[in-house]
Design a protein around this ligand. Structure first.
Ligand SMILES: Cc1cc2nc3c(=O)[nH]c(=O)nc-3n(C[C@H](O)[C@H](O)[C@H](O)COP(=O)(O)O)c2cc1C
Length: 346
């Protein structure tokens, strides 16, 4: 191989950092290397038979984010069996001296399958446990923990790079196959429903000065203004760039708002739906079989989604009233002082 094209997507900088390390190692090995951000380049660069390809992306819901999956699906087919390496950055954690890895799920397997059907040869698969950026789920780590996790990941990435560029085949990620298979149903549920629900948990508080940074920098252009405030559409991939990068710290995840909507949906909307549409009496979805349960879950998730988008829009307008805004803001865990934000160190 003479050339390396490294494609990456990154929400808060982890995958970008891994791409940079892979790029530096390629240059150290005397290879001509390019780093390409897939959120700015929707189509793959032209390549020659001696080009190796790399794909690096965060893990979202035990899978590659849709943006990356769609990019892989748009890759041209090849007859050259071009080698590719696949990497995912995951939610690495650190408790005292203990480093805990994240979970990949189907991320690398699905990517490998897509590329294999297009004629590429997967020469390496590696997960890198960078600090978790999932701020809507847990508080951000302190600087010491971040530095320790990142330093460890840098060593592992550079080692992987040297091996893969010297022609070795490395399938380190295959060690996780059992746990990946076990969590694969959650990955599918996240792709079909979970990500849409998560997109409706983010909102801007009164601290927002409408600088427009979140709108401009959103990699999937999912944020736009409605009634003079940023509004998150279903296109949002919950990459956490907006919430982590807001200079006013004006973006929060509405935990209280979300819990209240869920209680409303399950106590009133779904029970009302079954009262007016008694599907089990009609003989539909009334067994305990896996397929019936799945169908019921899909139907209820769809109702949740419809109701959620309606409530989210309504609340967006109602936040004009101070007391409603205060209720939402002060039931958001991300508002807590110790709830840090995360940005990969430069
Ligand atoms: C919505 C969301 C879902 C995530 N899902 C997973 C996951 O399934 N497994 C995992 O190990 N990490 C998960 N993470 C953590 C990120 O993959 C991880 O922090 C990654 O390094 C972030 O990379 P980035 O800074 O390039 O965006 C998730 C993060 C977010 C925001």
């Amino acid at each position: 191989m003479k050339q390396i094209h490294i494609y990456y997507f990154s929400g808060t900088g982890n995958a970008r950092m891994v791409a940079r390390w892979m790029n530096e190692e390629a240059q150290n090995a005397g290879l001509e290397s390019r780093v390409i951000n897939v959120s700015q380049n929707r189509i793959a660069r032209e390549m020659t038979p001696d080009t190796m390809l790399g794909f690096i992306s965060p893990t979202h819901g035990f899978n590659y984010p849709p943006l990356m999956i769609y990019f892989l699906l748009r890759m041209p087919t090849t007859k050259e069996h071009q080698p590719v390496f696949l990497m995912n950055t995951r939610a690495g954690m650190k408790f005292g001296p203990l480093y805990i890895p994240g979970l990949s799920g189907i991320a690398l397997w699905l990517a490998a399958f897509i590329l294999w059907t297009k004629g590429y040869h997967v020469a390496g698969m590696r997960s890198i446990d960078m600090p978790s950026n999932w701020i809507s789920l847990h508080p951000g780590y302190g600087p010491k923990t971040i530095v320790a996790i990142v330093a460890r990941c840098e060593k592992k990435t550079r080692h992987f790079a040297r091996q893969i560029y010297s022609g070795k085949k490395i399938y380190r990620a295959a060690c996780d196959i059992v746990q990946d298979a076990l969590i694969s149903p959650i990955a599918i549920a996240y792709f079909l429903v979970g990500r849409f629900i998560l997109s409706k948990t983010l909102y801007a508080t009164r601290a927002c000065n409408r600088c427009g940074k979140c709108i401009k920098e959103c990699p999937v252009k999912a944020i736009y203004e409605v009634a003079d405030r940023p509004y998150w559409s279903f296109r949002c991939e919950s990459c956490m760039r907006c919430i982590n990068n807001c200079p006013q710290r004006a973006i929060e995840a509405g935990h209280g708002m979300f819990a209240a909507i869920m209680v409303l949906v399950y106590t009133f909307v779904i029970s009302a739906f079954y009262r007016y549409f008694p599907v089990s009496k009609w003989g539909i979805f009334n067994s305990d079989s896996f397929l019936d349960k799945l169908a019921r879950f899909t139907l209820e998730s769809f109702i949740v989604l419809v109701f959620l988008v309606f409530c989210y829009r309504l609340i967006h307008h109602l936040r004009r009233y101070r007391w409603i805004d205060a209720m939402i803001t002060y039931t958001s865990l991300t508002k807590l002082k110790f709830w840090r934000r995360y940005k990969a160190p430069e």
